[in-house]
Design a protein around this ligand. Sequence first.
Ligand SMILES: [Zn+2]
Ligand SMILES: [Zn+2]
Length: 377
Amino acid sequence: MMKRAQILKPCESLAIDTVAVPVAPPKGLVVKTAFGGICHSDLHQWENEIRQGSEGVLRYTDNPFYKLPVVPGHEISGVVYSMGSESETGDAKLEIGDEVVIYPWIGCANCNYCNFGDNNLCLSKHLWLGNVRPGGYASFVVIPERKFAIKIPKSIPLDVACMLSCSCLTTYNAVIKAKLTIEKATSRNGKANVLIIGAGGLGLWSIQMAKHILPKSTTITVADINEEKLQIARDRGCHLTLCWPSSLTDNEAIAQAMKNGGYDAIIDFVNTSKTSNRAFRCLGMEGKLVMVGLFGGQANYSLPGMIFGAKTVQGVVVGTLQTMKDMINLVAKEKLIPPPMKYFQLEEITDALNLIKDGKLNGRGIINFSSSGSHHL
Ligand SMILES: [Zn+2]
Ligand SMILES: [Zn+2]
């Protein structure tokens, strides 16, 4: 039987029930979940709310394809449990029992973005696993096509593997987006400064990514409101930290940040009006702001500042299937250190979401489906 957690109504405790194990679709497979990451965006989904400043509130339920109840969860690792009848092609050779991580950003396979390999930018985002399609808050998950199940190297344990599909992919993509800017600054100035805003699960991954992807002379600074989280960031290898408690004014925070000089690239994993405005003002000449966080709000920048600073602002929404494969190779080869993981049982999922909401979860929350407790099944 399959155990799952569903959102029945926004903000209400998720409902746990047990149903039959699903059948694999002809071209797809069913994965027996080992671990399921709990993403901050799951919280937005549960609350049915992404704030957009004066443009109002974006609601998941505004999407006509999104019908409650839903099984959230897009960070899924596990083993192949069953496969559909149609023979597989290409590089997606899989066997029952293989350890896999799932690429959840499944598109419509029919628009120019999907055809180009940019499934994550598909015009029909509602097809993502854990959104319209049932996701990883369940002991079994249906994957519509085998190519979305990626075999993971033995060097990556299954609990770490679940994070590869969102928190890890997003941070990898964000650091890649900053790479050219940092390399140019390094050629020009002999060194470069990168600022990471937010020391949660994504911020911690990004420190590791930055250390392995950016030039070695790059100074990595991390800002957060929480000193405890900044200590973990230092443990994960960042060079400098900035504590931004809520009592700090913008001018004070910016003055503190600028003591290290302007930043050639800033990756904002929080991305509120406040952090984004601070980030924009901390960018050095030809600096690049990479936006990732969905805490919500609206930007209010100096438009001449954009021109005279020759600045770039770029949004990042997860990454492509190919980017995920590249990233998995990096994680396996360089043995990146994952954020601290806190395990939950599926029955504790509402408590876990509330901990994330209150900012009380350090690192990444992960649902543990593996009864043996083993990180390899
Ligand atoms: Zn996510
Ligand atoms: Zn598409």
